[in-house]
Design a protein around this ligand. Structure first.
Ligand SMILES: Cc1cc2nc3c(=O)[nH]c(=O)nc-3n(C[C@H](O)[C@H](O)[C@H](O)COP(=O)(O)OP(=O)(O)OC[C@H]3O[C@@H](n4cnc5c(N)ncnc54)[C@H](O)[C@@H]3O)c2cc1C
Length: 445
């Protein structure tokens, strides 16, 4: 890592710290992309511009770490590490997710069954707090802030720099897709991979009752004779291949972004599953960034005519984490109460306790269930999201806060440790210049 890169980084942070300290009223950040799935306030004019903090400061191949600015997207970070035969230990699969967003927002992916969540792979970070101070924290330096930052969603401060752990990767991966009819058999197979990992990456999909696919990805240096890598970046959606193939090969780059092209399978909501639409959009525009833009436009200009003739729906976009022993029962209840399909199944372990605002058990693997769709509804708006919250509590789990949340304040703080949060808030933001966690994630302030 060069001195020039560090110097330029410090200048960018100083500029932002001065802007934060000198601003009046509520501090809001302005960023060009977001994967939040609740309408955000428009900070286009008033927010403090964080976009410049988007550089990979350096990659240290011998220590296997990357020093990265908070607004750097994982797409840019992966491009910087792959030439060294390295990748971040956990790479959230939407290209526009940023390192800071994933650290504060509990990022996850299919290496979680080995390494945990994104914040488990963070070694150190800086937090720019409301009065313009930059607080460095790690497991040994200001540990309360280090362990309290994940799931704080920018309500304590902004991370201008994160040091992340890297792992060695090979140019290609071999995928093995195994079908299961019974959830118990699927979760047993996942449980044994979590206790004795054999593959490099592990995730699965629930397509409907009796139809599960578990995908194990293995690192390979070279392809066997006659094998070719598949391409799911344009006309062929990756998720369809899971039901059609038993084995497949991808470059490691394409594996890491396999879900981005179709936003898992959600591209069908904007017609991008249709061949002519895919042809017209082309490779570049088939990406989570395009779908985000469409989603944000639909928040700004609701298609009122269409909405008046369509049946009423509620958007249920959630990722929830359930201890593996309760996973089959959760899924059965979910199928009855919500019924969204497909559902993404991503196992992860919890290597370390102590992340106060997202505390999980260390004695069990968890299953992250991801479901993102509209549910037909004759109920008051928010009903189905509240049902999801009840199911998560009933099955001993925890819910990510990136999307809609309906918790009453007392229930919310039973789940997310009010005392630890208030202590951190007093240290980082005593005057409440950043919105509080409950206000921001539930009341959408
Ligand atoms: C449909 C959908 C599917 C998803 N699936 C997955 C998934 O499979 N795996 C996964 O890991 N995640 C998933 N996510 C969630 C995503 O990782 C989180 O929402 C994450 O916080 C987004 O990061 P971002 O960089 O886009 O930040 P944003 O969406 O812009 O911001 C998220 C929050 O973090 C705060 N924030 C952003 N940057 C920083 C920073 N540097 N310091 C402090 N606070 C900051 C913002 O203020 C905001 O409150 C999904 C989201 C959606 C909408």
């Amino acid at each position: 890592m060069t001195n020039t890169a560090w110097h330029a980084h410090r200048e960018r942070v100083d500029r932002m710290a001065t802007a934060v300290a000198g601003s009046e009223g509520r501090v809001r950040l302005r960023k060009p992309t977001s994967n939040l799935f609740r309408p955000r306030q428009d900070n286009a004019r008033t927010g403090i511009d964080a976009a410049a903090l988007n550089h990979v400061i350096g990659v240290d191949p011998s220590a296997r770490v990357a020093e990265v600015e908070g607004m750097t997207t994982y797409a840019d970070l992966v491009d910087a590490t792959l030439p060294y035969g390295l990748a971040p230990a956990v790479v959230p699969e939407l290209k526009s997710i940023t390192v800071g967003g994933a650290t504060t927002g509990v990022g996850i992916e299919s290496s979680g069954f080995r390494y945990g969540l994104v914040h488990d792979t963070v070694e150190e970070l800086d937090v720019l707090v409301a009065d313009g101070r930059v607080l460095t924290c790690s497991r040994t330096q200001r540990p309360d802030l280090f362990y309290g930052f994940p799931n704080s969603y920018g309500s304590l401060g902004y991370a201008p720099r994160v040091r992340l752990r890297l792992i060695p990767v090979t140019p290609c991966v071999r995928l093995e897709h195994t079908r299961f009819a019974e959830p118990e058999a699927l979760f047993a197979a996942i449980g044994s991979e979590c206790s004795q990992p054999q593959c490099a990456y592990l995730d699965g999909v629930y397509f409907g009752p009796g139809e599960f696919v578990l995908t194990r990805a293995h690192f390979v240096d070279t392809l066997p004779a006659g094998a070719e890598v598949s391409d799911y970046t344009w006309m062929r959606p990756y998720w369809k291949s899971l039901r059609q193939r038993r084995e497949d090969y991808l470059t490691v780059h394409d594996y890491l972004w396999r879900w981005d092209t179709d936003w898992f399978w959600c591209s069908k909501n904007v017609g991008a599953h249709l061949a002519p639409v895919r042809l017209l959009l082309g490779r570049k525009r088939l990406s989570s960034v395009t779908y985000q833009k469409i989603m944000r436009a639909s928040h700004r200009w609701p298609l009122s005519l269409l909405q008046s003739v369509r049946p009423r729906t509620e958007s249920v976009i959630q990722d929830v984490d359930i201890p593996i022993a309760n996973a089959a029962a959760f899924l059965a209840d979910f199928e009855t109460a919500i019924g969204i399909r497909p559902v993404w199944i991503c196992p992860f372990v919890v290597p370390e306790r102590g992340f106060s605002l997202f505390s999980l058990r260390t004695d069990t693997p968890y299953i992250n269930f991801g479901f993102w769709d509209m549910v037909r509804s004759a109920e008051p708006d928010g009903h189905y999201n509240a049902v999801v919250e009840e199911l998560v509590v009933r099955h001993g789990g925890k819910k990510s806060l990136y999307s809609r949340n309906t918790y009453a304040e007392s229930v919310f703080w039973q789940n997310y440790d009010r005392e630890a949060y208030q202590a951190l808030k007093r240290e980082c933001d005593p005057d409440g210049r950043f919105p509080g966690l409950y206000e921001k994630t539930v009341q959408r302030q």
